[in-house]
Design a protein around this ligand. Structure first.
Ligand code: NI
Length: 176
């Protein structure tokens, strides 16, 4: 396994729409293992392939509370097929926007269809933190960041801070 460099915003590579996966190959399985390792080291609870420079529809998630056994999830071509009527607000962060947080309102629950690591179609009903996390990661596959869900004022403030962090060398930039 390998730890992959994570692209930080603002970066045009995070705004691209990722391609669906036709076959879940060994290459994709290795990518997902590397993404999980990268996420655990960061540490974070979710990571989408475009964050490591791969514009493919793959996400990994683990929302197990600290101190409890890991619950790694690997989702290929994930899509939201149904959402709960109720919304919920979570303070969200993102490995591509280090040290930045904002309250984001999303549906409190979601039904997700995806392919597992063996290419088998699965359906998952998620709520709580898992629902928020999976919706956040699927957004990445469509070039959407959590700051795109908040006011322009808040978004610009966060992006300006990140730009400054890059300029002053507090954030590494990943070469294209
Ligand atoms: Ni994110």
């Amino acid at each position: 396994m390998a730890i992959l460099p994570i692209i930080t915003a603002p970066d045009s590579r995070l705004k691209q729409v990722s391609e669906p996966i036709a076959d879940v190959t060994d290459e994709i399985r290795t990518l997902m293992d590397d993404m999980l390792e990268t996420m655990y080291v960061a540490p974070g609870i979710g990571l989408a392939a475009p964050q490591v420079g791969v514009t493919k529809r793959v996400i990994v998630v683990d929302v197990a509370p600290e101190g409890e056994p890991a619950q790694p999830m690997k989702l290929v071509n994930p899509e939201v097929v149904e959402v709960a009527e109720d919304d919920v607000a979570y303070e969200e962060g993102c490995l591509s926007l280090p040290e930045q947080f904002a309250e984001v309102v999303r549906p409190a629950g979601a039904t997700i269809r995806y392919l597992d690591e063996n290419g088998v179609a699965q359906e998952l009903k998620a709520d709580g933190l898992l629902a928020t996390c999976i919706q956040h990661e699927i957004d990445h596959l469509d070039g959407i960041l959590f700051v795109d869900h908040v006011s322009a004022l808040k978004r610009n403030m966060i992006l300006r801070k990140l730009t400054k962090m890059k300029r002053t060398g507090q954030l590494e930039t990943v070469p294209a």
